[in-house]
Design a protein around this ligand. Structure first.
Ligand code: MN
Length: 133
């Protein structure tokens, strides 16, 4: 079974490029164009990782990360912020909101997939986490 990744990204070209690179490397990809839709899809599909744009209409990426972390069954899922923000402080802010890591746009097709892989737990040692009840 291939790893399922959720990409939350409102820019169709960015979504297309990320999806293309990841699918070419064996990942299954689902996309959401808004934060609200992204949270809903995360809850439904429990992806192995979530790639999160920060500049989103309505609910921005910081709010999405915070919302995702409110759900115990999603807490273990790595969130990788993908953003064109390059200002000092944004990295800290996105990590404080709950992101595991950070990738800057423009996406580098040469290194993108490896960067994403670096945020995934090593398959063999990671049994499915059960949410506490
Ligand atoms: Mn955007």
């Amino acid at each position: 079974m291939s790893d399922l990744l959720l990409i939350i990204e409102d820019n169709a070209q960015n979504l297309y490029l990320m999806r293309f690179l990841l699918e070419k490397n064996g990942f299954a990809v689902i996309g959401a164009e808004s934060g609200v839709e992204g949270v809903r899809m995360a809850l439904r599909h429990k992806p192995q990782a979530i790639l999160l744009d920060i500049q989103l209409p309505g609910m921005d990426g910081y709010a999405v990360a915070q919302e995702l972390k409110k759900h115990p069954e999603l807490v273990q899922i790595p969130i990788v912020a993908v953003t064109s923000y390059a200002m000092v402080g944004d990295r800290e802010r996105v990590l404080a909101a709950g992101a595991t890591g950070y990738i800057e746009k423009p996406i580098n097709p040469e290194s993108f997939v490896d960067e994403i892989r670096s945020f995934l737990p090593p398959e063999r040692n990671q049994p499915q986490q059960k949410s506490p009840r």
